[in-house]
Write a protein that binds this ligand. Structure first.
Ligand code: HEM
Length: 113
C-alpha cells in the first residue's frame, strides 16, 4: 500500500468535504440540525489532520516548519467556522472559508517561508 498516496487522498478529500460542508452550513444555518453538522464537520476536520500529519511523517517534515504552522492556523480557523455559522453573519463565514482555504493552498504550492 502506497502510504503517501493514501495520506494525500485522505487529506485532500477530507479538506474538500469539510470546505463544502462549511459552505453548506453557512448558506442556511437554520435549516440544518446543529448537532449533526457539528459531528460531520468535526470528523472531517480530524481526518484532514490525520492525513496532514501522516503526510508529514512520510515526508519527514517537522511541526516547526513555518508554512506548516500557517496551515495549522488555517485548519483551526476552517474547523471553527462551521460552529460560527450559527452565530455570525453569512458574509463573514464565507469570507473566512475562502481566506483560510486560500492561504493554506497557497502555502503548499508557493511556500514563501
Ligand atoms: C485548511 C487547511 C488545509 C488545506 C486547505 C490543505 C490543503 C492541502 C493541499 C491542496 C495539499 C496538496 C496536495 C497535493 O499537491 O497533492 C496539501 C498537502 C499537504 N498538507 Fe495540507 N491542507 C490543510 C491543512 C493541513 C494541516 C493542518 C497540515 C499538518 C498537520 C497539513 C499538511 C500537509 C502536508 C505535509 C502536505 C504535503 C506537502 C507536499 O506535498 O510536500 N495540511 N494540503
Amino acid at each position: 500500500m502506497d502510504k503517501l498516496a493514501l495520506y494525500h487522498f485522505l487529506h485532500v478529500l477530507s479538506i474538500m468535504l469539510l470546505t463544502g460542508a462549511t459552505f453548506y452550513v453557512a448558506a442556511n444555518p437554520k435549516k440544518h440540525k446543529k448537532g449533526k453538522m457539528m459531528a460531520i464537520t468535526g470528523i472531517l476536520s480530524l481526518l484532514a489532520l490525520v492525513g496532514g500529519s501522516g503526510l508529514m511523517a512520510v515526508m519527514k517534515y517537522s511541526w516547526g516548519t513555518p508554512w506548516i504552522i500557517v496551515k495549522i492556523v488555517c485548519w483551526l480557523a476552517l474547523s471553527a467556522l462551521s460552529g460560527m455559522a450559527y452565530r455570525k453573519s453569512k458574509s463573514m463565514v464565507v469570507a473566512g472559508i475562502i481566506l483560510a482555504v486560500g492561504v493554506a493552498v497557497y502555502m503548499v504550492y508557493f511556500r514563501p517561508f
